[in-house]
Design a protein around this ligand. Structure first.
Ligand SMILES: Cc1ncc(COP(=O)(O)O)c(C=O)c1O
Length: 362
């Protein structure tokens, strides 16, 4: 298909072309069943097969140990901002957060609705251009958990290594970088991620939770907002988002066919490396927003000499088939989101455009 855009959208974002074609082929009639998967009961054997395959693939691709549950929940990562404290923050404890940018800030605001919060470290004074170092972290001993945002989608920063938190469970919002690289799941108590960047379409949120944290939240926590409800019922307590889970399953099969998380990481590093090299080698024409050591391999944020030039870059790139390069409205600048499904060829085309744009305007 030659008319596919160079899609750098931040989320919902590019999906693998093979996955879209497979979904198209299976859409009207799923595997000789006489109907679309979207028309089937979520309690039937065919849908349940897809549901369980998606869970098994996630377990396999991320090496999720048996003492963790994998849940499919609705409401986006934004609902997890509330569910985490609702389920994990016991009376007398404090919810600790690392304040790294726009999404961490939202998670903190939400946690404040449910109890006491503490900031273990913050990079706000540096305009969120970096991830705090392990040495900066001050984790209150009475912490119910420590929450971090593994990749700040808007600022373009990413944790290179996750901190050791001892007996305090580590909770991570991995919405914009889950499965971009291999993970040591046992370092975490809970991981959550909206699917719409690296895993599939919007509509489903993945939660990976260590069984001892499922617990029994206070009786006032609504049934649908308890991890225990979803864990006990295999994420089939109510009607799950069958289409989103089906698409996620196709994407997971695609990741496996690429060679899994380690192979994907290698390509992701190559893609990010090309863009950062174009930025760093531009004699200051392009300026990376994130500090070295904190740069994201998923969202590459950069600036030009003036807002006017940035507008011109966005406009001209769009005219040449590049989509989604304008930075988030809250911070401005430019951003290339290069999730797993963004082909290397799209990144190479962008580097060519950047070099050409510099030649004409530098
Ligand atoms: C890191 C991060 N956390 C949370 C969210 C919010 O996710 P949702 O829209 O699924 O609620 C986003 C969305 O872009 C995100 O990038």
């Amino acid at each position: 298909m030659s008319n596919r855009a160079y899609n750098f959208n931040a989320g919902p974002a590019a999906l693998p072309l093979e996955v879209l074609e497979q979904a198209q082929e299976q859409f009207v009639e799923y595997k000789g069943s006489g109907m679309s998967l979207m028309e089937m009961s979520h309690r039937g054997a065919i849908y349940e097969g897809v549901h369980h395959e998606a869970e098994q693939l996630l377990r396999e691709l991320l090496g999720i140990p048996n003492n963790y549950k994998v849940l499919f929940i609705q409401g986006g990562a934004s609902t997890q901002f509330a569910m985490v404290p609702m389920n994990l923050l016991q009376p007398g404890k404090v919810a600790s957060y690392v304040s790294t940018g726009s999404w961490a800030t939202k998670a903190i605001q939400e946690a404040k609705l449910f109890g006491e919060t503490a900031i273990a470290a913050s990079s706000e004074a540096d305009k969120f251009t970096r991830i705090p170092s392990a040495a900066e972290l001050k984790i209150a001993p009475e912490s119910a958990y420590l929450h971090l945002t593994s990749n700040e989608t808007i600022e373009g920063t990413q944790w290179a290594e996750y901190p050791e938190t001892g007996s305090v469970p580590l909770v991570a919002d991995m919405s914009s970088d889950i499965l971009c690289r291999p993970l040591n799941i046992s370092q975490f108590g809970l991981i959550y991620a909206g699917a719409q960047k690296n895993l599939g379409p919007s509509g489903v949120t993945i939660v990976i939770i260590r069984e001892d944290l499922i617990g029994t939240p206070s009786l006032t926590v609504p049934t649908m907002l308890r991890y225990s409800t979803h864990a006990k019922n295999d994420s089939l307590y109510n009607t799950p988002p069958t289409f989103a889970i089906y698409m996620t399953n196709l994407v997971l099969n695609w990741v496996k066919a690429q060679g899994g998380a380690a192979a994907i990481e290698k390509i992701n590093k190559e893609k990010a490396g090309l863009l950062y090299a174009a930025i760093d080698g531009s004699d200051g024409f392009y300026r990376g927003v994130a500090q070295e050591g904190s740069r994201s391999i998923m969202n590459v944020t950069f600036r030009l000499g003036s807002e006017e030039l940035e507008k011109q870059f966005a406009k001209e790139s769009e005219a040449q088939g590049f989509v989604g390069l304008k930075g988030h409205r809250s911070v401005g600048g430019l951003r290339a989101s290069i999730y797993n499904a963004v082909p290397l060829a799209s990144v190479k085309a962008l580097v060519d455009f950047m070099n050409d744009f510099k030649r004409r305007n530098g």
